[in-house]
Design a protein around this ligand. Structure first.
Ligand SMILES: Nc1nc2c(c(=O)[nH]1)N[C@H]1C(S)=C(S)[C@@H](COP(=O)(O)OP(=O)(O)OC[C@H]3O[C@@H](n4cnc5c(=O)[nH]c(N)nc54)[C@H](O)[C@@H]3O)O[C@H]1N2
Ligand SMILES: Nc1nc2c(c(=O)[nH]1)N[C@H]1C(S)=C(S)[C@@H](COP(=O)(O)OP(=O)(O)OC[C@H]3O[C@@H](n4cnc5c(=O)[nH]c(N)nc54)[C@H](O)[C@@H]3O)O[C@H]1N2
Ligand code: SF4
Ligand SMILES: [Mo]
Length: 728
């Protein structure tokens, strides 16, 4: 028996876990790690099921190759040979511009995603790069890029010190937080209230988070940008602003805000004008305050405008970059950021002409690019840790399009709704065989903190996920060699030439020889830690891989500290309050003021014991509250004479779903969780709890224009009794 520690890889909260392993390497117990200075013993039902997930008998242990409808288990060399043949065939027939890659959500959690997805994309040599980011947080990247100069310069609410938190479209009591890494988010919210702070939640549903808050404000889905503009309008009109930073664009912002007086936006949002005015006054009057908005506001028609206005309010109230406000974390592996104007639309998608953002095209147009013939049509797809058939808007269309590809390879532990279309599936090893460092999420943490977990079990005869991606990159590029050594060489060569870098003028090869680690991934982590802001090569600290290994429970690096103006990389060196691209999109927002209200709109929701599409095969997690039901207000049930089930119809599809009447949801709004729809799955537990896919109903033809992000909230739908047949 052994007691071991590692970070939970299952959500953004990065909790430390303490596992008990028996002599065979099986998990016999999971607890929160009490000695982790950040999570302090917190654990949720998913983390507690890590052992079951790790040894799910339906997880793939060897690569699969498909011939027709038949799957065959093969060895790794044979699998990679099949990939090589597939890549070569499509390259010969259609060229590299016919290649595409889709990176799913777990890439934000895995070391493989952080360290090897970039090189893989470059090796594939295509601009057809898609990811779950355009079904999620791309609006925040775009607003941050335009306001602060870099898409990763994202402020987080200073949760542990703020006096007032206005939260829109987030439900951390179920999701455990997002773009705000905060283990025990529920406890931190209770502490906020305990110290006399105030929590206000804006959501079309009275969620568990809303129930814990001081105040819950119902809002019509998709209208957060109007509400936030109403707040901005009030702050400016009542001269409640306290701008403490160097900013550009205050005049343009004031001009744009004129159209969104509280009584004007009240009609659209359903939030009374006096509530909007009061929220503005409270935000301005609180000693410190932060506005934080997540999925409900991102995956909406005006997602980028909403994310922009969140930070506009933080700036106007004097709360951006100050303790208790919205602050910028300083993660241990942060690299230098060059001053370079942030731009989107450097290229456009072939079929719909949608702009690139962060080097990606919108997943909402992936099916178009596969289906529509012509030069550049996608013929080969690589998916890594993604299930877009269930997760992307109108995923049902993608399900029909994927069989037309010339070749598809998926890196995924499961044969599922998406990977079943692949020719080759390459499964990553078990969780316990995988090291963990949260490169992305620690840059969004409410305290500066770092922790590395080594693999707990040896790899035996399988490659790590990093090795799988590196091998794919080698196959795609045709260039052999040690990818990690190459990246290390390039990075250090740059660092020794960077004035003031801490290693300026030193010898790159000598530095490389000093790196520790049992794998290329560990050596790269060591390099990033040493070069990073607390690193032993930065001249400012002593972090290195060795140091992290001495602290298996993690290291607290202190509370967030103000980082402006140093962190700003805008051309002006100021915070841009009114980026022209966003002011342009305000016209679209104005047009929407008078839009007709559909009778019903669909929104999503997250479930505590679920994770997007892929934790429905773990028996202790499914059932109970974790079911695919349509939440609907009882008044709507009565009015429509519904009983038990209803049909939900949208512009793209129709589903029959079991109803969950609840007065926690606004009349005229219905909520269906996403990630379900496993009927016929080879995952045995999931097939028994199949549910239906909300993304049969979501419409890929509408996107948030500046970011290309998918719209999952505020989808117009009709609700019909099951017995009634109507013409389409
Ligand atoms: N209607 C609606 N749709 C939504 C949303 C919504 O709110 N409403 N939310 C959107 C959001 S925020 C997101 S992030 C996307 C998610 O979209 P996706 O990332 O496409 O979907 P997931 O269900 O997260 O799929 C994760 C896949 O990774 C696999 N996997 C798990 N662990 C690993 C690993 O360690 N390595 C590898 N290689 N694979 C692994 C799983 O088996 C699964 O196939 O969905 C979006 N879709
Ligand atoms: N247990 C669990 N945890 C998860 C996940 C999971 O599937 N399950 N998924 C992970 C992922 S990929 C992500 S991105 C994060 C997301 O984390 P969160 O953003 O906290 O996601 P949700 O819990 O879906 O909360 C979104 C809320 O927005 C509300 N909403 C819908 N439309 C609107 C609107 O127009 N305006 C406003 N103001 N609110 C609206 C919904 O009712 C819902 O309560 O969670 C992560 N954590
Ligand atoms: S809250 Fe997230 S990180 Fe923490 S135990 Fe649960 S799934 Fe894991
Ligand atoms: Mo997400």
């Amino acid at each position: 028996m052994a007691i071991v520690h590692r970070t939970c890889p299952l959500c953004e909260a990065v909790c430390g876990l303490t596992l008990t392993l028996d002599d065979g390497g099986h998990v016999t117990g999971v607890r929160g790690d009490k000695d982790d200075p950040f999570s302090r013993g917190f654990i949720c039902p998913k983390g507690a099921s890590l052992g079951k997930l790790d040894e799910d008998p339906d997880r793939l242990t060897r690569p699969l190759v498909r011939e027709g409808d038949l799957w065959r288990e093969v060895g790794w060399d044979e699998a990679f040979a099949a990939v090589k043949a597939g890549f070569e065939r499509v390259t010969e027939e259609h060229g590299r511009e016919s290649f595409a890659v889709y990176l799913g959500n777990p890439n934000a959690h895995t070391m493989a995603g952080a360290l090897y997805a970039g090189p893989l994309i470059r090796s594939l040599g295509t601009r057809n790069v898609f990811s779950a980011s355009t079904a999620d947080q791309m609006p925040k990247h775009v607003s941050s890029g335009l306001m602060f100069g870099h898409p990763l310069t994202i402020p987080v609410p200073d949760l542990d010190r703020t006096d007032y938190l206005l939260m829109l479209g987030a439900n951390p009591l179920d999701s455990n937080g997002s773009l705000c890494t905060a283990p025990d988010f529920p406890g931190r919210l209770k502490a906020l209230r305990g110290r006399g702070g105030r929590l206000v939640v804006v959501d079309p549903r009275r969620t568990r988070t809303a129930a814990l808050a001081d105040e819950h404000v119902f809002i019509r889905p998709g209208t957060d940008a109007y509400l936030l503009f109403g707040i901005v309008h009030t702050l400016l009109a009542e001269e409640l602003t306290d701008v403490r930073l160097e900013v550009n664009g205050l005049a343009e912002l004031t001009e744009a805000a004129k159209h969104f007086a509280p009584d004007v936006v009240a009609r659209r949002t359903g939030v009374p004008a006096e509530v909007i005015v009061r929220l503005a006054r409270e935000l301005a009057g609180a000693p410190t305050a932060a506005v934080y908005a997540r999925i409900g506001t991102c995956t909406a028609e005006f997602g980028t405008l909403a994310q922009w206005l969140v930070d506009v309010v933080n700036v106007l109230t004097g709360n951006l970059d100050r303790p208790g406000g919205a602050m910028f974390p300083m993660p241990a592996t942060e690299g230098g950021r060059r001053r370079k104007p942030y731009r989107t639309g450097r290229w456009h998608s072939r079929v719909r002409g949608l702009p690139e953002a962060n080097g990606e095209l919108p997943v909402a147009t992936l099916a178009d690019e596969i289906e529509v013939p012509g030069q550049g049509q996608i013929r080969c797809l690589v998916t890594v840790a993604g299930n877009p058939v269930l997760s992307s808007p109108n995923g049902a269309r993608l399900d029909r399009a994927l069989p037309d590809l010339g070749f598809m390879v998926s890196v995924d532990p499961y044969l599922n709704e998406t990977t079943k279309h692949a020719r080759v599936i390459l499964p990553p090893p078990r969780v316990l065989q995988t090291g963990h460092y949260d490169f992305a999420l620690l840059g969004l943490a409410v305290r500066n903190y770092t922790r590395y977990s080594r693999p707990l079990l040896p790899l035996a005869d399988r490659p790590s996920e990093g090795m799988i991606l590196a091998r794919l990159a080698v196959i795609a590029s045709g260039l052999d060699g040690d990818l990690d050594a190459f990246v290390i060489g390039q990075t250090l060569a740059g660092a020794v030439q960077t004035p003031g870098s801490g290693v300026e003028g030193r010898d790159a090869d000598e530095l490389a020889a000093l790196l520790d680690g049992e794998s290329g991934a560990e050596r790269r982590l060591d390099m990033m830690l040493r070069l990073g802001p607390y690193g032993e090569w930065s001249g400012r600290g002593e972090l290195s891989l060795r140091k992290l290994l001495e602290h298996p429970h993690g290291l607290d690096l202190g509370p967030l500290r103000p980082r402006l103006p140093e962190l700003l990389t805008t051309a002006s060196g100021r915070v841009e309050l009114a980026p022209p691209q966003l002011i342009e999109d305000v016209h679209r927002l104005r047009e929407g003021l008078d839009a007709e209200q559909p009778a019903f709109v669909l929104i999503g929701r997250r479930q505590l014991r679920s994770n997007n599409s892929w934790m429905h095969n773990v028996a202790p997690l499914v059932g109970g509250s974790n079911q695919c039901t349509l939440q609907i207000n009882p008044a709507d049930v009565d009015r429509l004479g519904l009983d038990g089930h209803a049909r939900v119809r949208s512009a793209t599809g129709e589903l029959t779903v079991p109803l969950e009447p609840t007065d926690t949801i606004m009349p005229g709004v219905v909520s269906l969780p996403h990630g379900w729809g496993h009927s016929g799955s080879v995952q045995r537990v999931a097939a028994e709890h199949a549910g239906v896919s909300a993304n049969v109903l979501t419409d890929e033809s509408t996107v948030d224009l500046p970011s290309g992000n998918a719209v999952f909230n505020g989808v117009p739908v009709m609700i019909l009794p099951t017995g009634v047949i109507t013409a389409h």
